[in-house]
Structure formats: C-alpha cells, structure tokens
Design a protein around this ligand. Structure first.
Ligand code: FPP
Length: 241
C-alpha cells in the first residue's frame, strides 16, 4: 500500500500578486483583489477537503495602511462582503474564525462584524480560519514582550524564568500550532514580516503564480511538494557511535 499523502496540519499563505494580475489585464488594482477574494474562497474549500486543520491568510499587513485610501477602502469592503457571504459556510462546516493582528486599527463596523463571527464560531472544532489583519510579525513580538514586561513588573514572573514557551504563550493565538507549510504566491522571495516567530521550522513553497490564479490545482501542487519534503527540525538523524 502506498503511504497516505502527508497533509500539513497548518497552512499559512502570503497572498501576493493581486495588483500585478490586474495590471497585466489593464484593470484597476481592486479587480485583482476581487479575483483574489475568489481564490480565498476556493482555497478555504480545498483546505477543508484535504483536512488541513488551520489555515492562516495574510489579508492585510500593518505596512498596507500606507496604500491609497481608495484601495484600503476597497479591501475593507471586500472583507465585509466576504464575512457576509461566507459566514454560513463556517457554520455549516463547524469552522472557527480567528483574527491575528491589531484588530483595533480596523474600521469599527468591520471590527464589530469580525467580533460577532468570532464569538458565534468560537465553539467549533472542525477547523480554524485565521485572518491576519493589520498584522505584523514584529508588532506581534513587541506586543508579547510588553505583556511579559508587565508581568515581571507586577512580580508575577522572574526574568530568568522567561523562556521560548513564555514568548510563544504571549503571541496573538498561542494555542495554534506553528505552520507546517508557508505558501507565497507571485514569486517574491520574502517573508514580509509574516509570522516571524512561528515559521522557524516551517516548509516554504514559493510559486510564480499570482494569487488570483491560485486555485485548487495550485494548492494541490503545494501540498504534493510538502509531502515530498523531509522535515528535520535541525536534526541530521546521524549519531556519534
Ligand atoms: C497582495 O497583493 C494582496 C493583498 C495586500 C491583500 C489580500 C487580499 C485579498 C486576497 C482579498 C480580500 C481578502 C479576504 C480575506 C476576503 P498586492 O496588491 O500586493 O499585489 P502586487 O504585489 O501585485 O501589487
């Protein structure tokens, strides 16, 4: 019997290339984001079918706030539309919605919708969709360090007791396991401030395909590539005799 294909438990995605996809077609950037939202929908479904338990999507970074107001408004309205149109699928599939990032930076109506859906899906246990919104890896670590410093100041924690677990426990979603597979579309060889702490041993898959063109078939290629990787976590498996 051939081995069952190895499925990553946690897939994280840097969804890049919406603007280029639109440019190549002489369309406004927002059309690229709209088509990207269709990829989001397709990839969420495909991950569910594969049995991927955690899917983290880098939907808006802390750095993205410098984009033109019209583009930011367009992205926020796509997010609102996504929540309105896809919430029922979270319920049908018992998938929990989470957000990592500075949710307080988002427009209030979006914060309210997100909080409502987060609460309504909090008890589901068939999978987790994690949206990184106004997210930055350095901001996340800074936030964790501030919380730890407060505990030290209050006498609850000794500096010498701080270890890697302490830091991991103060990140935005400490209960979520580190990603097994990080996908980046559109060929850029960068991490772009995404999950800096969590990706220490994550397998990277970078494809030239632009995010709006990344659908089920492309996800299948990424998962197949992951299945062929040998994860060693720093170990060579060779031992002194
Ligand atoms: C990067 O493309 C993409 C983003 C900054 C936003 C991602 C947003 C979506 C896929 C749509 C909405 C999301 C959800 C969750 C419904 P880019 O604009 O940087 O592309 P470029 O590098 O080609 O210019």
């Amino acid at each position: 019997m051939p081995d069952a294909p190895k499925i990553p438990r946690h897939v994280a995605i840097i969804m890049d290339g919406n603007g280029r996809w639109a440019n190549q077609r002489g369309l406004p950037r927002l059309r690229g984001h709209e088509e990207g939202a269709e990829s989001v929908r397709a990839v969420i479904r495909a991950c569910r079918d594969y049995g991927v338990r955690y899917l983290t999507l880098y939907a808006f970074s802390v750095e993205n706030w410098v984009r033109p107001q019209s583009e930011i408004r367009g992205l926020m309205s796509l997010l609102r539309k996504f929540l309105a149109e896809r919430e029922h699928e979270l319920h049908e599939n018992h998938v929990r919605l989470r957000v990592i990032g500075r949710m307080e930076d988002l427009p209030l109506p979006i914060q309210h919708s997100l909080k409502r859906v987060i609460k309504a899906t909090a008890a589901y246990d068939q999978g987790e969709l994690i949206l990184a919104l106004s997210y930055g890896g350095r901001a996340e670590i800074t936030h964790a360090v501030q919380a730890i410093a407060r505990e030290v100041k209050a006498g609850l924690l000794a500096p010498k007791a701080i270890d890697e677990q302490t830091i991991a426990a103060h990140l935005y979603a400490p209960d979520i396991p580190d990603p097994d597979l990080l996908i980046r579309t559109s060929g850029e060889m960068r991490i772009s401030n995404f999950l800096l702490w969590q990706i220490s041993y994550t397998e990277l898959y970078i494809t030239e395909v632009l995010w709006p063109d990344f659908r089920e078939a492309e996800l299948a290629k990424a998962i197949e590539a992951y299945g062929r990787r040998k994860r060693r976590f720093g170990d060579t498996k060779e031992r002194d005799v």
